[in-house]
Design a protein around this ligand. Structure first.
Ligand SMILES: [Zn+2]
Length: 417
């Protein structure tokens, strides 16, 4: 998982629903059974991993033998290299297989129970009772309530890709030494053929510029009777980090002076912690949603312009921002949208090819050319893309934009170009 797997020209997209529970809320016998299964899996998975890593065939065989004896069949898929749920395909590159060894892995197909149907899979959702039932072997199982909202989300996701069928699995993660939280993930997967190259003249075109220091800018456009029409622009910025850290420091000071220490320590932790990858996922999902709504049935062609994360220095948040590439690839596979990941210049004039000069105003970074062209820096690459698609350029600037007064060209004729 993590990347869209590719099989015989098929693309795979996935969506994940994460639910958390408190282990102590489980009835004691379920809790015990879970701990037992967890310990068994952990021992077997580490044997498997190290034997594989060291190239010891007998170790691998022993691990599989033990898995067969000690783990229910639906928990064994993680160790089955024929299964799409196999977790150890990158054993060589795994520096620390914590995720794969210390957490209870995927279970087999998740069924959604229809009326009085009997479910034979490792897990199933009972819609009527709003609960998820996960089998732990030997007739034991855990039952976890699923909020209605989550059930609706699952149903909406399935509708999004209909008539394609969604396959579902469950993963249970629990690191008892870390926290008493049981994390349950429901994973939806869909496979579809790679979409054909659409005609840029009849597609909704979406250009997404990802800049590690500024955030995400998106342009929604289409070709209409001889010109490139801009429907909408969108700028998304991660919350300001300096402000969050300042807020956290204030809370810590208050706590140290004895003012509601519990509350203030908790708030400080919250302020410091910003879920950067969550922000990126939400931002990407928002762009896809808008694109599909605007497309009204037309095909969608997107380009994500994001520098390579290896070449970018910066804070973790900034690097996380660049993970949008992976996130977008997955969403494109999920929705069946054509997405490319090409970079276009932001310093080259799309009209004359001249070098653009950067001028900073309070609200934007403006790029300006001697030929008279000027545009918000975030939008310049879009012109080069449109040009490459063989479409006429849009009227510039895309959004009302004022040049800083002192930077106004002296020669009035220059503006006319
Ligand atoms: Zn120019």
């Amino acid at each position: 998982m993590g990347r869209g797997r590719e099989k015989k020209g098929m693309l795979e997209g996935f969506r994940v629903l994460t639910l958390t529970y408190r282990v102590e809320d489980l009835p004691p016998e379920q809790r015990e059974r879970l701990v037992e299964l967890f310990k068994r899996y952990r021992a077997i998975a580490s044997l498997y991993f190290w034997a594989k890593r060291l190239g010891l065939r007998e170790g691998v065989e022993q691990a599989l033998e033990r898995a067969k004896e000690e783990l229910p069949s639906y928990w064994r898929k993680a160790l089955d290299d024929e299964s799409p749920l196999y977790l150890f395909s990158e054993v060589e590159e795994m520096a620390r297989p914590r995720k794969h060894v210390l957490k209870l892995p995927l279970t087999e197909a998740l069924q959604v129970k229809q009326r009085d149907e009997k479910c034979t899979t490792g897990a199933y959702i009972d819609r009527k009772e709003s609960k998820l039932v996960v089998r732990l072997g030997d007739g034991e199982r855990i039952e976890l309530p699923i909020p209605r909202r989550a059930l609706r989300w699952l149903r909406d996701k399935e509708r999004e890709v209909a008539p394609l069928k969604v396959s579902k699995t469950v993963r249970i993660q629990w690191r008892p030494e870390r926290a008493q939280a049981l994390k349950v993930q429901i994973i939806l997967r869909v496979q579809r053929p790679r979409p054909a190259q659409p005609d840029p003249r009849s597609s909704l075109l979406v250009y997404v510029d990802v800049n590690s220091s500024y955030g995400i800018a998106a342009i929604f456009a289409s070709y209409e009777e001889g010109y490139a029409k801009i429907h909408e622009t969108l700028k998304l910025r991660p919350p300001n980090q300096t402000r969050r850290l300042r807020e956290a420091a204030k809370r810590l000071r208050a706590a140290a002076y004895g003012s509601k220490p519990n509350v203030n320590y908790a708030l400080a932790r919250l302020s410091k912690k910003f879920d950067a990858s969550g922000w990126v996922k939400a931002a990407a999902a928002r762009i896809f949603k808008r694109a599909l709504r605007r497309a009204k049935g037309r095909s969608v062609w997107m380009n994500f312009d994001a520098p390579d994360s290896e070449t970018v220095k910066g804070s973790r948040l900034q690097r996380t921002l660049l993970s949008i590439k992976r996130v977008a690839e997955n969403l494109a596979n999920w929705y069946g949208v054509r997405a490319e990941f090409r970079c276009f210049p932001s310093r080259k004039c799309p009209l004359c090819g001249g070098r653009l000069k950067e001028l900073r105003t309070k609200r934007a970074r403006v790029m300006q050319c001697e030929c008279g062209f000027f545009e918000d820096r975030d939008y310049v690459p879009f012109y080069h893309w449109v040009k490459e698609l063989g479409l006429p350029l849009p009227e510039w600037p895309i959004r009302a934009l004022k040049l800083p007064a002192e930077a106004e060209p002296n020669d009035p004729e220059a503006r006319a170009g």
